[in-house]
Design a protein around this ligand. Structure first.
Ligand SMILES: [Zn+2]
Length: 217
């Protein structure tokens, strides 16, 4: 019974994701009719460039498994849907910030849109890949600190920021649940946590709409 409801929940999420993709594609198709210039800007996962930006330098990542190959594998498999919690909370762990508008945590004033959830726990806590995929970014930035972006080959990408250490590099193929980093406080932060984002077709979405219910972990 549990198994059945979990499966249908995931099925519904996949259907919802599909609906979003179809809805998002509609204006692009209309635009395509209007002008030839618009034809060039219909991004699909299969045609996405493998070039990644690292430390301001553009180069071609050595990806041993192409995104097209990955995409072919994703059909009917939730291994490539980022539904596994990246942090398995200890007794000290909790969700310290949710997706949505919030007061700027660093300045304590003004508001910002937080396109992520923050998972707080002890420094060094293991961070796991939410789904299988290819590491397309692994670098240090002023805002995100040490951060990793995984492309899941089906329109989904997931980012893990403010890490203390990174255990994978650009081009690495990772499997769902694999430890990819440890939790830290690098970049623009007020404390130790993992800022976790999920993108669908390059738009950040609320991770809680994709992640398993927390009690299952
Ligand atoms: Zn955050």
């Amino acid at each position: 019974m549990m198994k059945h409801s979990k499966t249908s929940g995931r099925f519904l999420r996949c259907m919802a994701a599909l609906l979003i993709i179809v809805t998002a594609a509609a204006p692009a198709l209309t635009a395509g009719v209007r002008g030839a210039a618009a034809e060039q800007q219909i991004p699909t996962t299969g045609r996405r460039s493998f070039d990644v930006i690292s430390s301001g330098e553009l180069y071609e990542a050595e990806i041993s498994l192409s995104l097209e190959e990955l995409k072919a594998r994703t059909d009917n498999s939730d291994e490539y849907i980022p539904h596994v919690w990246p942090v398995r909370f200890s007794d000290h762990g909790y969700v310290s910030s949710y997706f949505g508008v919030r007061v700027d945590p660093v300045t304590g004033e003004g508001s910002e849109f937080h396109a992520a959830i923050d998972l707080a726990d002890k420094p060094g806590t293991k961070i796991h890949a939410a789904a299988s995929g290819v590491v397309v970014e692994a670098y240090d930035s002023a805002g995100y600190g040490l951060n990793i972006l995984i492309d899941h080959g089906n329109g989904y990408q997931s980012r893990y920021s403010h890490c203390n250490s990174m255990l994978v590099a650009e081009g690495d193929v990772v499997s769902q649940g694999q430890v990819i980093a440890t939790m830290g406080a690098t970049g623009r932060v007020t404390g130790v946590h993992c800022d976790f984002r999920i993108y669908l077709d390059e738009t950040a979405i609320d991770p809680l709409t994709v992640l398993d219910p927390l009690e299952e972990n």
